[in-house]
Design a protein around this ligand. Structure first.
Ligand code: ARG
Length: 499
């Protein structure tokens, strides 16, 4: 079509051509909402017929034309400003002027808002699905490693021994909240704006609830201006995705650091090599997972910036908003899936983990706890153990400070430090055997059996609870998916009655 002959079916000659045509058009990107738009059109047409706004025959003709549009696919659509206009043009092309009745009692403003929600809800569920896969991988691997001790870090410095199970469960817990945030977002995404028209409602006797039911929405957005204008659901969804991506980025970073220390081996399938250094095995997948938090945060910032200060009601800026959410959700879904695979297949290096577990005198806190349990004020206990650590470091004089700090302390060192601080010998408080035990990482972990702590008994109980919450989340996910499926069937049945 040349620019002079633009006269498109939908808008006639008015504003239909010009140099900014491509700039205005969202048609290419709208492929993502092509199916959504067909569903929205169908539900709207069925409702119009039920309400007597159009005849059943007219509805049948329009619905038949929509089937043909679907068959031909998005690529066959005529040129247009967006998918909504192009589908309408294709319908009118195929059945003539009666096709123009499809757009009665609505506007592209409520139409596009509905399409975005209709599509995004599926994407949210797909993201939840991958988050559940990752949770399940974390919990399954944790179950194999409730007794595998490893160094726990703060400030990336050895801090206290923990177990691989406890470490992995910490991410499973975070992902539970990430899943809940996505479900929460889903509830507000899955509301129908249709029937709001441009923003100010319509004089036609539309049944907004009926359309919502036919499209599987849980309700309608009441205020028609709010319904067309708001994109807060995009911010919320992208925010939830970005939060999940932040969780993922921490996990990815840990796996990069741990594989660098030889504590975990990523499977080859999740590693990459160098094009020049043949010996290299690099954790590239985890680096890309870490980077996906950047994509998500970029999307969130883009959205907030586009939406900030927009006047009511519709503004074309909105056309640039939802792609940000789709891109962010895609990036995070892919990264979550990869993280799930990497976690499921990584091999924790038990011997290296155990050897590293008491590096940097990381059992010191446990020894201080032991002395405090024997009746010393914790502050005094802390002082004794700190002194023992310092003496142990001094014993290795001449070596670099970092190496010295890696030197552990034994019973003698603790007893000597106690003699400097206490009036009575250490044995008045605790036996040498008890101190030796506290210095052992395996025992140290087993002692910390508080609720949610790393002792094998505690983590085994935590795994049982995590598994049952995983089952609940799967049931919720299935219920949402089934509700969408049921609505699709209902709409299909209703449409079939007319064509
Ligand atoms: N394609 C537009 C969007 O994505 C919807 C069209 C509404 N256009 C308008 N000029 N009111 O937001």
């Amino acid at each position: 079509m040349t620019e002079e002959s633009t006269g498109d079916v939908v808008r006639g000659e008015r504003f239909s051509g010009g140099p900014a045509r491509g700039f205005l058009s969202s048609l290419a990107g709208d492929e993502r909402i092509f199916d959504a738009d067909l569903a929205v059109d169908r539900a709207h047409v069925v409702m119009l017929a039920e309400q007597g706004v159009i005849d059943d025959d007219e509805a049948g003709e329009i619905l038949g034309a929509l089937d043909a549009v679907e068959q031909a696919g998005h690529g066959a659509l005529p040129d247009g400003e967006d998918v909504h206009e192009a589908i309408e043009a294709a319908v009118i092309d195929s059945i003539g002027a009666v096709g123009g009745k499809m757009h009665t009692a609505r506007s592209r403003n409520d139409e596009v808002a509905t399409c975005i929600r209709y599509r995004l809800r599926e994407d949210v569920l797909a993201l939840v699905e991958t988050a559940l896969e990752l949770r399940s991988a974390l919990v399954d691997v944790a179950a194999e490693h409730t007794e595998t001790v490893m160094p726990g870090y703060t400030h990336l410095q050895p801090a206290q021994p923990t177990t691989v199970a406890h470490y992995l469960l910490s991410y499973a817990s975070a992902l539970e909240r990430d899943t809940e945030r996505l479900f929460d977002a889903y509830e507000r995404v899955n509301q129908s704006p249709l029937g709001a028209a441009a923003f100010a409602g319509t004089p036609f006797p539309v049944d907004r609830d009926r359309v919502a039911t036919l499209l599987g929405f849980d309700g309608v957005i009441e205020n028609s201006t709010d319904a067309s204008a708001t994109r807060d659901f995009l911010i919320e969804t992208t925010g939830a995705a970005a939060t999940l991506a932040t969780t993922l980025s921490g996990l990815a970073e840990d796996l990069i650091v741990f594989s660098n220390k030889g504590l975990v081996a990523l499977s080859d399938a999740y590693s990459s090599t160098s094009s020049i250094m043949p010996q290299k095995k690099n954790p590239d997948t985890m680096e890309l997972v870490r980077a996906s938090a950047g994509d998500a945060s970029a999307g969130l910032n883009g959205l907030l910036t586009i939406l900030k200060g927009l006047p009511r009601a519709y503004n074309r800026d909105l056309q640039r908003a939802h792609p940000k959410a789709f891109e962010a959700v895609d990036a995070v879904t892919e990264a979550t899936e990869v993280a799930a695979g990497a976690v499921a297949t990584a091999e924790w290096q038990e011997a290296a983990l155990e050897a590293a577990a008491d590096e940097g005198f990381s059992t010191a806190t446990g020894v201080a706890d032991l002395l405090a349990m024997a009746g010393l004020p914790f502050r005094t206990a802390h002082e004794i153990v700190a002194l023992a650590a310092r003496r142990a470091a001094e014993r290795t004089s001449g070596e670099a400070a970092s190496q010295a700090s890696e030197q552990g302390a034994d019973y003698e060192a603790v007893a000597a430090a106690a003699a400097e601080v206490l009036d009575d010998p250490l044995e008045e408080y605790v036996s040498p055997e008890a101190v030796e035990e506290a210095l052992d990482p395996v025992h140290s972990v087993a002692m910390r059996d508080s609720f949610g702590g790393p002792a094998p008994d505690s983590t085994e109980a935590a795994i049982v609870r995590a598994r049952s919450r995983l089952v609940e989340a799967r049931n919720d996910l299935d219920a949402y998916t089934d509700a969408i499926g049921a609505a699709n069937d209902l709409l299909e049945d209703e449409v079939t009655a007319y064509v």
